[in-house]
Design a protein around this ligand. Sequence first.
Ligand code: SF4
Length: 398
Amino acid sequence: MLYLHIPFCQSRCIYCDFYSTTGTAALRRDFVRQLCRELEWRKDYLLQASGEIPALSPDDWRGVRQQRGTGHTACLSSVYWGGGTPSQLHESEIETLLEVIHRHYTLLPEAEVTFEANPDDITPELVSLLRSCGVNRVSLGVQSFSDTLLQMLHRRHSAARAIQAVETLQTGGIDNISIDLIYGLPGQTLESFRSDCRQALSLPVTHLSSYALSVEPHTPLSRMIDRGQLQPADEELFLAQYEVLLDATAAAGFEHYEISNFCRPGFRARHNSGYWQGVPYLGVGPGAHSFDLVSRRVNSPDLHGYIQAAGSDVPHETEQLTRRDRINEFTFTSLRTSDGLDLALMEQQFGLSVRQTVARCALPHLRAQRLVQCGTVLRLTRSGLFVSDSVMSDLMLD
Ligand code: SF4
């Protein structure tokens, strides 16, 4: 799996703590040039993660490549263009990046290729370009269908523009469309979120991601709350809005396959599902994360440092995962999904004693019906979903 982080936004939303900047066209060009280099420098990351080749330094690698020839490239089952706002890229920049991906990687014929876009950027021309570049899924950052809330968040699109973007995508031949909604916004009532869900589910979309607003430190939103300019939603309203979300998506026939993700049957996000299943992924661009089964790496969230990096890699930090980290990640990511935590698989990967410990920690939650067990699989129940963080933390090893 490949993730490309495109760190540009036309303007900044008040709640966002993703790494992005409002850059000039020249900065964007330099960034794309460097992203192409990183794609080349790190083309063996996924081969090493899959064990096809041993971990070697880039210099050693050049020798191995010369011996093996250049035909051995990592296969990609998904590519995700995220950000920031990938739809801020110029047409030729998208084409250049795609050409570099094809040069250094093998895109499987059935690969899911997702492109994140701001509704304002969707035009028939962009849709046609995306299709010709093999994009088969678009994720639209809609967030709300209330113009008042969109303005409060400093989103640049309107509700009408979001609806029109979905139509343009569909007319242009992209019918695997995901939209994002946020709940727990300051000033958002239960009725207003109900209306957002109704509107979202009436559109020809295949997927809905809906997250509770998280007030991140150092964002304009957190400063506005500190100054008393905005009132955060209270816990009770959050929970009532989540309940509305569960009911509305179920009534529309959507599958609830992850705590915050819903889809029409057959349209689970394959890229995100890979994250929850512990599949290795390569993330390129400033601030992007990578995972190779034994370590996590994060590129420094610094566009200028990224662009200036010379040699064979960009600035980054790597964290080696301990055995306990890997067990806890297995528990956490499995329980987030409707597939649940398979204790037999856990035993296979980490041993019988780990299985027994986790099963013992699950007992109080099974008795309280926050978890249910089917065969060897533990799953959150509907009431468990509302307290998922505390259930998961109780199952983590110290
Ligand atoms: S468009 Fe997306 S990435 Fe950019 S500031 Fe808004 S929420 Fe953040």
